[in-house]
Write a protein that binds this ligand. Structure first.
Ligand SMILES: Cc1cc2nc3c(=O)[nH]c(=O)nc-3n(C[C@H](O)[C@H](O)[C@H](O)COP(=O)(O)OP(=O)(O)OC[C@H]3O[C@@H](n4cnc5c(N)ncnc54)[C@H](O)[C@@H]3O)c2cc1C
Length: 592
């Protein structure tokens, strides 16, 4: 075992497959918890998908409370507050299982994540005693109120205000929040507001029945129609001072730290949606005949299904690798004596770049998968009678909430660069050394050598390509770098793609070396297709940067370096995708 990697450090260090967790290593208890969630979704939620979308009165809160009675709302909450005290990793696996439940999964995640975690991690003992067990068991339901009409991505721009009363016993809360998930029925709201003339937010625990709280009717949305989304108004609401969460002015930090967790959680949640969509796709393709053949016999359809599986497998590999890293980090912090809250917050915050990139990759992969699902269904994909309609509409929100994908792409680069600038990781040292020795860059030898050695050489070169341009853009733009978002998006995509490919490589290598699956060539096919696509995508991103930044001699040198680092010999992706699709077609469901 090597020393654990810090967040973002994957870009500059080699990683051994023995040092990562892969989904094949979930133990029986973890699988049993996930199975319980999956059973609950299939028996309790799936029959209600349409009723939920039609906003059947009281149905969503009733189903959430049912989940609470079964203990599913408290999986990660400590046992002293009537939770199950399960690990971060186990909780992620449970989230995947619930993630296939369309609108219900949004309500569930809002309650268990952004709704409950601010209290769980920042609440004092009195606050936790008053509310936490109720949230873990579903006696009370929760919502998170950050966004305002004028403060979306720029969350700290909120105008909601809290003024301390003269007797010092209450804050008087005034303002407006919008897009609040679970708003229509939540009992406990975590509300972000500025105290007096503070420039930063504070957080408050607000009971929804308190006088002065009103709301607009349900929003009419493109998708996740069953989830409650409201505007909430606070008019002279009296909030007892003891309901200030954390310290005065700590609200923005709380909001950000909870969002790191929300992002990796979203990465896990979308895997549930991916698998459900793939299962529907293959079932339809195996039943529908055209030109005398089942759709699943056509190469173009196999291509789509192969890609659906590859993206799901890659997302899974990366999400659970990162979840275990967060878990290990949490446990190490606890061992150092950090409290439950601090350990969880800092454990996830350490992996800020990874959390952001998982959100982006996961949400965009789900969008790809549901889009191809509609296509596989043909005309029926466009009909509300078939499930492709709901899958397609419900997927789209994932690129918008928990920080839009643009904001998350900026976070990937920004948080990684900050780690480098603060010398938490030797990022710029590695990048500068690379730039000074451009002539000694070598291509990954794809014509000889052991299979996994070659793949590691490819990934190592992608890491170099991902960091190579950091000093270049710093020099070119200096303090104005933050205004050069197009270039930052390119770098972000390079980093994201590299992490996804490396995670998939390490999983496939572990499967192969430990003999965890009967047909390891299948997993090499997944890796081959992904590697070719990722390497070419990284080349494109780098190419865009060079054209936007460099001139003359430097341009030529960077081009040569990039092309050397991203050189890849064509593989037979047609046969590889077919191999993957054929397993799916034979088994009729995602089982990889
Ligand atoms: C269904 C739904 C449920 C939600 N649930 C909740 C909830 O429970 N609680 C809560 O507090 N909020 C919630 N939200 C709000 C959500 O988090 C915000 O919608 C999101 O953060 C984006 O803010 P915005 O809508 O104001 O878009 P804007 O911030 O106005 O962004 C519009 C576009 O501009 C881009 N953009 C903005 N700033 C930049 C920048 N600096 N650089 C590049 N591009 C930029 C964005 O990426 C986006 O593409 C929910 C939203 C929806 C739609």
């Amino acid at each position: 075992m090597n020393a654990p990697l810090k967040g973002g450090e994957f870009l500059i260090k080699d990683v051994d497959y023995n040092d990562v967790f892969i989904p094949e290593e979930f133990d029986e208890e973890q699988l049993m918890i996930a199975e319980t969630c999956a059973d609950f979704v299939e028996t309790g939620i799936a029959p209600n998908f349409a009723a939920l979308d039609n906003h059947q009165e009281g149905l969503m809160p009733a189903l959430l409370k049912k989940a609470g009675e079964m203990g599913l709302l408290g999986i990660s909450i400590p046992e002293e507050y009537e939770g199950f005290g399960q690990s971060f990793l186990t909780n992620m696996k449970a989230n995947e299982a619930v993630g296939s439940a369309y609108s219900f999964s949004v309500a569930f995640m809002a309650h268990t994540g952004i709704g409950t975690l601010p209290l769980a991690y920042y609440g004092n003992d009195t606050q936790k005693e008053k509310y936490l067990a109720d949230l873990a068991t579903g006696k009370r339901l929760a919502a998170y109120c950050l966004t305002e009409p004028g403060a979306g991505s720029d969350a700290n721009a909120g105008k909601t205000k809290a003024v301390l009363t003269e007797d010092g016993k209450h804050y008087i809360l005034n303002g407006q929040k919008m897009w609040i998930t679970n708003g229509g029925f939540a009992d406990l709201l975590t509300v972000f507001a500025k105290i007096d003339n503070d420039r930063v937010l504070s957080a408050f625990l607000v009971e929804a029945h308190w006088e002065g709280i009103t709301m607009n009717p349900e929003e009419h949305k493109m998708g996740i129609k069953g989830s409650s989304t409201r505007q909430i108004f606070f008019n002279d609401v009296k909030v007892p001072v003891e309901n200030l969460l954390g310290r005065r002015g700590e609200g923005f930090r709380i909001a950000l730290n909870i969002l790191h967790i929300g992002r990796i959680k979203l990465g896990a949640t979308v895997i549930g949606g991916m698998k459900r969509s793939i299962n529907y796709s293959v079932t339809y393709a195996n039943e529908r005949k055209q030109f005398g053949s089942f759709l699943s016999a056509f190469g173009a359809i196999k291509h789509k299904m192969g890609e659906q599986v590859i993206k799901t497998f890659a997302t899974e590999s990366a999400v659970y690798r990162a979840s275990k890293d967060v878990d290990n980090s949490i446990e190490a912090l606890k061992a150092e004596g950090k409290t439950y809250g601090k350990a969880n917050i800092n454990g996830a915050a350490e992996f800020e770049p990874e959390c952001a990139l998982l959100k982006v990759y996961g949400s965009e992969s789900l969008d790809y998968i549901v889009d191809e699902m509609v296509q596989i269904y043909g005309g029926m994909g466009f009909s509300s009678e078939a499930p492709a309609d709901r899958s397609y509409r419900d997927s789209r929100i994932n690129r918008i909430f928990e920080g839009t994908n643009e904001i998350n792409r900026l976070i990937i680069v920004d948080s990684t660069m900050k780690k480098g600038l603060k010398h938490k990781i030797a990022l710029f040292e590695a990048a500068n050394a690379l730039l000074e020795n451009l002539d000694s860059i070598e291509e990954a030898d794809s014509s000889s050598g052991e299979y996994f050695e070659m793949k590691h050489a490819q990934v190592k070169n992608l890491k170099k390509a991902s960091i190579l341009f950091l000093p270049v853009i710093q020099k070119a733009f200096g303090r104005k770098l933050m205004f050069e978002e197009e270039v930052l998006m390119n770098i972000s995509d390079m980093m994201m793609n590299t992490y996804i490919l490396e995670s998939t490589l390490l999983r496939v290598e572990k499967i192969d070396k430990l003999g965890l699956k009967p047909d390891s060539s299948l997993y090499k096919d997944i890796l081959d297709v992904l590697a070719q696509d990722v390497i070419r995508a990284v080349n494109k991103s780098g190419f865009d940067i060079i054209g936007s930044v460099a001139e003359g001699d430097e341009k030529a040198k960077l081009c040569t370096a990039l092309n050397t680092l991203t050189k890849v010999a064509p593989v037979n992706v047609k046969e590889s995708r077919r191999h993957v699709a054929d397993k799916l077609i034979d088994e009729g469901r995602y089982n990889f």
